[in-house]
Design a protein around this ligand. Structure first.
Ligand code: UFG
Length: 327
């Protein structure tokens, strides 16, 4: 396949690009580098452009005979989306629509879409499966769900094919050690915990310990970024005309914030001081995936499911790149 990845210079995009290249597919990354890093792109041509730039997108698709788009470019912070919803609906939803139209104009009919567990909101039942109620509690989840709905309509009306992958909490890094997570500012739990272990911050702040969970802190389902990347390859290879399917991607096991910090203490040998602060707006108490549909439908099998492995690989990346990417 000839695959165009939007946001391919980002954390997840760089790992997906590598997995595609290793599977023998030709990749072109389109990224405006507002969050991504040029040096994270090694197995693909990098086109520095905005997804909102229809002319640039159409040219990138036709110049490279693209048959499949993987749309990863997005803003991803639930708490920020509560404060600045306009940013999320513009960048994630509106620009998603513009990309779909650029694809139609360029005659590209297949897309894998980066969706999120945040489309479910605060589900009652665990593990969550794809038929559970879609009821986001923050604009980030809503901005992504709007795109999923557009995909359904476009699949039916225009006979395009889509697979939405609903990521749970992605962490870790390629064990090769040359690509990893470098968000600026960093807001995610595992990289922040490791930055405390490295002495970059004095302590962790635990965002609330009065949730209805075993130890009162939020529970999440952590998935290795390389397992997630493998699912993109399988999805891209299987998209059928007129389909708009959605698959959860997680490991089916929940870990609390306190358990993550404890595992990181064991992996790093560092004390990692932590104190409890207030809740963060937009955080559901528990999110645990059933990924049975991805296993049955895509033949996906996670190969690095242990939380300690995920944290070890993240730790190797952070140690090797204490300041992240050079750019
Ligand atoms: N947390 C802390 N302290 C911190 C950072 C995070 O206690 O300094 C807590 C959060 O409150 C949350 C948990 O750690 O309970 C995980 O937080 P992350 O920010 O790492 O991840 P989120 O669960 O908020 O969000 C991630 C992705 C989203 C995706 C979501 C789906 O960033 O894009 O998972 O579960 F939608």
């Amino acid at each position: 396949m000839n695959v165009l990845l939007t946001g391919g210079a980002g954390y997840i995009g760089s790992h997906v690009t590598r997995a595609l290249a290793e599977a023998g597919h030709r990749c072109v990354v389109v990224d405006n580098l507002c969050k991504g890093h040029a040096t994270a792109v090694s197995e693909a041509e990098l086109v520095v452009a905005d997804v909102a730039d229809g002319r640039a997108m159409r040219a990138a698709m036709s110049d490279h005979a693209i048959d499949t788009v993987i749309h990863l470019a997005a803003f991803i912070e639930a708490a920020e989306s509560v404060a600045e919803p306009d940013k999320y609906f513009r960048n994630n939803t509106l620009i998603g629509l513009m990309l779909l139209d650029a694809m139609r104009e360029a005659g590209v009919g297949r897309m894998v879409f980066s969706s999120t567990a945040a489309v479910y909101g605060q589900p009652e039942r665990m593990p969550i499966d794809e038929d559970d109620r879609l009821d986001p509690i923050n604009p980030y989840g809503a901005s992504k769900l709007c795109v999923e709905w557009m995909l359904r309509a476009y699949a039916q009306a225009y006979k395009m094919g889509f697979i939405s992958l609903r990521y749970f909490n992605v962490a870790g890094a390629d064990p090769a050690g040359d690509i990893g997570e470098d968000h600026r500012p960093e807001t995610h739990l595992i990289p922040l915990v490791l930055q405390v272990a490295m002495g970059k911050h004095e302590q962790m702040s635990i965002f609330g310990d009065d949730y209805e969970t075993d130890d009162g802190t939020c529970v999440r389902d952590y998935i290795h970024v390389c397992d997630l990347a493998d699912a993109h390859v399988l999805a891209a290879e299987r998209i059928g005309r007129g389909c708009a399917d959605a698959y959860n991607l997680g490991n089916g096991a929940g870990f609390s914030v306190r358990q993550v910090i404890e595992t990181a203490r064991q992996v790093t040998g560092s004390k990692i001081p932590a104190e409890v602060g207030p809740r963060r707006p937009g955080d559901p108490p528990r999110l645990i995936a059933s990924s049975q549909r991805a296993m049955d439908g895509l033949g996906w099998r996670p190969k690095r499911a242990e939380l300690s492995t995920i944290i070890e690989h993240a730790w190797a990346w952070h140690n090797g790149h204490p300041d992240g990417y050079a750019d």
